[in-house]
Design a binder for this molecule. Structure first.
Ligand SMILES: O=c1nc[nH]c2c1ncn2[C@H]1C[C@H](O)[C@@H](COP(=O)(O)OP(=O)(O)OP(=O)(O)O)O1
Ligand SMILES: [Mg+2]
Length: 271
């Protein structure tokens, strides 16, 4: 019998990407969205890290559905802004969570930053929470730089201002934003593609499903994975997604600061 898994996200474009990446990997799974279960209030994303917020969303999904639940917490980390907006990406311009207003604010904030200093990374953490309470996270990143105006209409969020490093320039030497890429091109290199491809073998193992060939990964590299198993078959480019993040500086920018002391020169928002 096909097993069901909940994808606990309220963002329909993110859900489309997640469904697409999972569907590309031949797992015998029925993916259920939040629209398919009884509604519950959006949990507050009150943590300082992508890992923390992804777990909040996946736990809430599991509690309300009883199903193994996956959630993504993701964002854009801009070097010239000390790693912000990071975990605050979706609310950067305020609680309205408006993509265009958010990206316009980032563009204004780095208006005077020259091309050579406009590096940024997208980060995605996938969390899996099982009905027995066991929890797993994986992380994926995509590096690039920011344009000074929007280009392209595909994707969502900050895609129109983000130029991924991993691409071949066109005949005129021009590089594209991730909003100008096809779905397959973006999924192959994206933070979300990497984080999902890293969590699928864990999900398969937890559900007792065969792991699709191309997805076998270094067993010891996965948090919570068995130490014994087959040789890894993932390309080296996928490996960063499986490095456990314990002890690694959070790129979300919003690191816990002592009470009353703003981190990164910006007063953290109340959770
Ligand atoms: O591939 C991406 N291309 C462009 N922008 C992206 C991407 N991935 C994340 N982002 C931005 C959008 C949003 O500003 C934030 C995610 O915020 P995040 O809280 O994880 O998602 P959300 O509130 O839209 O949906 P939900 O929390 O219900 O999953 O990062
Ligand atoms: Mg959110």
């Amino acid at each position: 019998m096909t097993q069901r898994v909940l994808l606990a996200t309220g963002n329909t474009k993110k859900l489309t990407e997640l469904r697409r990446i999972i569907a590309d990997n031949d797992l015998d799974l029925e993916v259920v969205g939040l629209r398919d279960i009884d509604p519950y209030p959006d949990p507050v994303e009150s943590e300082w890290t992508f890992e923390g917020n992804a777990l909040i969303k996946a736990r809430e999904g599991m509690i309300h559905s009883g199903l193994p639940s996956l959630a993504d917490d993701s964002g854009l980390c801009v070097d010239a802004l000390g790693g912000m907006p990071g975990v605050r990406s979706s609310r950067w311009n305020g609680p309205e969570q408006e993509d265009i207003a958010n990206l316009e604010l980032v563009l204004r904030q780095i208006e005077d930053v020259p091309r050579g200093r406009r590096q940024a990374q997208f980060v995605a953490v996938m969390a899996l929470v099982m009905p027995d309470g066991r929890e797993f996270t994986t992380r994926g990143e995509m590096t690039g730089h920011l344009t000074n105006r929007s280009k392209g209409s595909r994707g969502f969020g900050y895609d129109p201002i983000f130029v991924p490093d991993e691409q071949v320039p066109d005949a005129d030497g021009r590089l594209r934003t991730s909003a100008e890429m096809t779905a397959d091109e973006k999924d192959a290199i994206s933070h979300r593609g990497r984080a999902v491809r890293a969590i699928l073998p864990i999900l398969a193992r937890e559900l007792g499903l065969p792991v699709p060939e191309g997805l076998r990964v270094e067993p010891g590299a996965l948090p919570g994975a068995d130490r014994e198993g087959p040789e890894p078959t993932l390309p080296a480019s996928e490996w960063t997604a499986q490095i456990p993040v314990i002890g690694r500086p959070e790129q979300g920018g919003a690191k816990p600061a002592p009470p009353g002391v703003p981190s990164s020169g910006v007063t953290p928002l109340e959770p």
